[in-house]
Design a protein around this ligand. Structure first.
Ligand SMILES: [Zn+2]
Length: 314
């Protein structure tokens, strides 16, 4: 059997035909259109999936299920999407609409959750007892896999780790609260902190690497300057490592997973980030003589969305 995986993104929708080991057999994709009705959007996804299936050489008889990773709040039990701002969806019957075009079981979950599932099937946490995936990008998403199954909570919103409050009365977050870890651990947080810092102290390698334009600062610019020992960049990197390590230690103390995998744009820093975070986590964990979660960089990159969505049907 094969599994259809759909990675629904704000700019593009990626579709894959995936085998039971999480290997993508055929890929396709369309541009996300937000100017058409919901039913038209779903039909375009289904058409793309069927087209990709035909190219793979398999037929609908070979398909076990359709899975979708959604950048929003979903209720996997009812098949409805409560909220998906990037596509302009609010309380839409996604599974029901998809089944009108592809009459197979339809599964869905949050995009970070499915990426975590992908890593646990075919990536860095494959074969583990339990894992937590953190996507460090524009925001921060979380995916929890326990005993091979995703844990999204009873109401479907259980792994919203980006909005765990790590500083009471801290930085204001888009969600309406203050002090959410997303405001300290995302790529956006690094950029905002760096822009603020260079306004007060423009004599830094960060500005050289950003060609003198604060709007060109990104996480890579800051981390690269830190690698070269620029004092301001080292300070910003240190603050970031502290926030991320605090988050990871909270996860370890609360859930004690076997692996914590770091994905998203910031994780491209690789060992430079990993070495610093591992050292800080070791310093902060409570039970210093006991083993604790392995911290790793996620392996599947952008394909994780397709693979994980498909693997919801396993
Ligand atoms: Zn928040």
């Amino acid at each position: 059997m094969v599994y259809i995986g759909i990675d629904v993104g704000g700019t593009g929708i990626q579709v894959g035909i995936v085998d039971q080991n999480g290997v993508i057999l055929q890929k396709g994709g369309i541009v996300t259109r937000t100017d058409v009705p919901f039913a038209t959007q779903v039909k375009a996804m289904a058409d793309c999936a069927l087209d990709t299936l035909a190219k793979s050489g398999y037929t609908l008889d070979d398909v076990a299920s359709v899975g979708a990773g959604i950048p929003g709040v979903v209720d996997p039990r009812t098949g409805r999407i409560a909220f998906c701002p990037n596509l302009g969806w609010k309380d839409v019957p996604f599974a029901q609409e998809m089944r009108r075009h592809i009459d197979k079981p339809v599964y869905m979950d949050n995009d970070a959750t499915v990426a975590g599932l992908a890593e646990s099937v075919a990536g860095v946490s494959a074969g583990t007892h339990s894992s937590v995936f953190l996507t460090l990008g524009t925001g921060v998403g979380g995916g929890i896999v326990l005993g091979g199954k995703v844990w999204s909570g009873f109401h479907g919103v259980g792994s919203e780790i980006g909005h765990m409050i790590i500083e009471m009365d801290g930085e204001h977050c888009n969600c309406g609260n203050n002090g959410c870890l997303e405001r300290y651990c995302s790529a956006t947080a690094i950029i905002l902190a760096a822009r603020k810092a260079v306004a007060e102290n423009p004599d830094t390698l960060i500005m050289t690497k950003a060609e003198g334009d604060p709007m060109k600062i990104n996480a890579k610019v800051v981390f690269d300057a830190a690698k070269e020992g620029d004092a301001l960049a080292v300070k910003l990197f240190g603050d970031y490592v502290k926030a991320l390590s605090t988050t990871i230690v909270n996860i370890i103390h609360f859930l004690d997973p076997e692996v914590i995998a770091l994905g998203g744009g910031v994780s491209k820093a690789g060992d430079f980030l990993l070495d610093a975070v591992r050292a800080e986590v070791a310093r902060l964990v409570m039970y210093k003589t006991l083993p604790f979660a392995r911290i790793e960089i996620a392996r599947l990159g952008p394909d994780a969305g397709i693979i994980g969505a498909a693997m919801l049907g396993l």
